[in-house]
Design a protein around this ligand. Structure first.
Ligand code: AMP
Length: 283
């Protein structure tokens, strides 16, 4: 596996692969790999000749009071894990390489970024995501890029950018990988004390409870949400948001007639955690 740090070298590697008629798959990440990341790499490996994993803790998607400086970083461990999955290139540029002096462009996606994490973290967050992902697509020019359903709104934002800017890349969403007790894997889970780790299981249990209510035939949004609210309250968690929105445009829904995104974000101990389920509608 090669570790590439410059945009020029990354472009050259892709150019060579393309000349040989090889397909290119990209897995964008911020590192601190866990099974969620590795599942995306495996999917990319199955489908592509050249697999590129980007490792870049993107400063522009972090707010002033967020965890940019403490975000877990261990490139040597990440490189070993990626190599073990058969990844061809780990693209690990510096912040100065990605955002050189004079950098002045930002991609602002409207509408779907006004709610959930866009409202909770601030509009800058998805601007930062959209901008860096678009740059990665420009640098790597992948045939397909792999993203986790864990960040459901992020996938919607990326799909919007790809569609609106006519980018020639297919976006593949991969299922959420969970710990055995249901907690969605996240690089931020390392912030959890043993007590908070236990408390954090309430997020997935709350989503499970709501899904069970939906699966019993209930369509009323408030009744479905109430099941989740009860689990969170019992665990002493006040969510930043717990919302049911239509899975296509993120409009609020009061009834689950078509597919809906049930999304939660909460501070648990020192970590801000997110999780979601798709609740199936009938159409
Ligand atoms: P991150 O390094 O947290 O930015 O995540 C990189 C990619 O891995 C994103 O597409 C995430 O959605 C995805 N990802 C993170 N956690 C999980 C998980 N538990 N299951 C599946 N994909 C995940």
């Amino acid at each position: 596996m090669r570790i590439i740090r410059t945009i020029d070298a990354m472009r050259a590697a892709v150019r060579e692969a393309r000349r040989a008629g090889r397909s290119v798959g990209l897995v964008p990440t911020m590192g601190a790999f866990h099974e969620g990341h590795l599942s995306l790499m495996r999917r990319a490996r199955e489908q592509n000749d050249l697999v590129v994993v980007s490792l870049f803790v993107n400063p522009t998607q972090f707010g002033q009071n967020e965890d940019l400086s403490s975000y877990p970083r261990d490139e040597a461990r990440d490189a070993a894990l990626a190599e073990n999955e058969g990844v061809d290139v780990l693209f690990a540029p510096s912040a100065a390489e990605v955002y050189p002096d004079g950098f002045a462009t930002s991609i602002d996606v409207s509408g779907i970024t006004d709610v959930l994490d866009g409202a909770s973290r601030g509009a800058f967050h998805f601007d930062g995501v959209a901008t860096v992902v678009t740059k990665l697509f420009g640098i790597v020019r992948p045939d397909v890029a792999f993203f986790g359903q864990k960040d459901a709104q992020q996938i919607m934002v990326v799909r919007r950018v790809v569609s609106d800017l006519d980018l020639d890349v297919r976006i593949e969403a991969c299922p959420i990988v969970r710990e055995t007790d249901g907690l969605a894997m996240s690089s931020r889970n390392v912030y959890l004390s043993p007590e908070a780790r236990e408390q954090a299981t309430a997020l997935s249990r709350a989503l499970d409870a709501a899904s069970a209510v939906r699966e019993s035939g209930e369509r009323d949004g408030e009744r479905i949400l109430d099941a989740a609210r009860r689990v969170l309250a019992d665990a002493g968690i006040t969510p930043e948001y717990l919302e049911l929105r239509d899975a296509l445009a993120l409009n609020t829904v009061t009834r689950v007639d078509s597919d809906a995104l049930l999304a939660v974000a909460a501070r648990v101990g020192a970590a801000r955690l997110i999780d979601n389920h798709i609740l199936k509608g009938d159409r």
